[in-house]
Design a protein. Structure first.
Lengths: 178, 172
């Protein structure tokens, strides 16, 4: 992933639920109460990039408690995982999380969650076949389909590039040089 | 005409009524000037294409050993030298199309088994590989990064993209 990859930025700015382990003065605006303190134990949704750092780094050198505890995002809870296991193709990945695979990647990295990464790989494999079928379709990117609306951002890019490739080959075969 | 020495290939000296093998591009230039007739390659006739087709139908797991640019060759020959082909051109054309389609279906089937590190594409022509290249590369890239995201995956991290070219070079 390149340094300036927009999708990477967007996937890092996804909000994940966190629980504060300590009381932080004047951070109440995160909860919608400006000027107040944020108290220990309150739950706030933070972007992944900052939540990750706050969870890893300890409050002080002596304690092992992080600023926040990461809670499992809704996109990765048991319900979603089970839905993937039963029928990955009909899953509406776009409405669950627009950068589903990146989120899985980062989450699995954080917790070394082998099972999660395997589930996502199997899901991609199952869905890839369906995406490929759609990409070969002649009518192009304008076709209406619920499946295409359910793709996450990575799958959309995948669909587009493979569709272009099939289209170009067909053009060449039929001598349409435009 | 005297022969010409070129970097990639030599054109032998040419005399009338003699069978020679020259690069396809050169043959096509001569053909356009009505100075030669083209002998189609030995796989481009009804009989061997039908054999190839039968092979594709019978063998579900491997591809027939066609030249690695058979689509390109057949297209050029159909386009510029269709009068030199002994069989009916439309039959050949439809056979080539059938071959392409049945191979594509097999490729699709193979793609269901895609994994993060390895993809075998024996006897698949360059054009057919290129057709699925963007798709395959994106998927495999994502699968690799998903796999690498856990520490056990990182140890068995091995990329073997090179494999799909290796088998083709053998056929050249």
């Amino acid at each position: 992933m390149s340094y300036y990859d927009l999708d990477d930025f967007l996937s890092e700015s996804q909000r994940v639920p966190c629980k504060f382990n300590i009381t932080v003065p004047l951070l109440g605006y995160l909860e919608g109460t400006p000027g107040a303190d944020i108290s220990e134990g309150s739950k706030v949704e933070l972007p992944l990039w900052i939540a990750e750092f706050l969870a890893i780094s300890a409050v002080s050198e002596t304690s092992e408690v992080g600023f926040v505890d990461l809670l499992q995002p809704e996109a990765l809870n048991k319900k979603v995982i089970n839905a993937i296991k039963t029928d990955a193709v009909s899953l509406d990945a776009h409405s669950i999380c627009q950068h589903f695979y990146s989120l899985v990647e980062k989450w699995a990295k954080l917790y070394n969650d082998k099972e999660l990464s395997e589930v996502a790989q199997q899901m991609l494999r199952d869905r890839a076949h369906e995406i490929n079928n759609y990409a070969q379709n002649l009518r192009g990117a304008h076709q209406e389909s619920n499946f295409l609306y359910s793709l996450d951002e990575f799958e959309k890019v995948l669909y587009k590039t493979s569709h272009d490739s099939y289209k170009q080959l067909r053009k060449w075969m039929h001598n349409e040089n435009k | 005409m005297n022969g010409i020495e070129l970097i990639t290939d030599n054109i032998p000296s040419i005399r009338a009524m003699q069978r020679l093998s020259v690069p396809l591009w050169f043959a096509l230039i001569l053909k356009r000037q009505n100075k030669c007739s083209l002998v189609p390659p030995d796989w481009l006739n009804l009989k061997s294409l039908q054999d190839f087709y039968q092979y594709e139908v019978n063998e579900l797991t491997s591809f027939a050993k066609l030249p690695n640019n058979w689509l390109e060759q057949s297209k050029l020959i159909f386009e510029y030298a269709s009068d030199d082909i002994n069989d009916e051109v439309y039959k050949l054309k439809s056979l080539v199309q059938d071959l392409k389609e049945i191979r594509m279906i097999k490729v699709q089937k193979g793609l269901q088994l895609i994994n993060e590190s390895h993809l075998q594409l024996d006897n698949l022509s360059l054009l057919e590989i290129n057709e699925i290249r963007p798709f395959v590369v994106e998927i495999m890239g994502k699968l690799t990064s998903l796999d690498k995201s856990t520490s056990t995956g990182m140890e068995q991290d091995e990329m073997q993209y090179g494999d799909n070219d290796g088998d083709i070079e053998d056929d050249l």
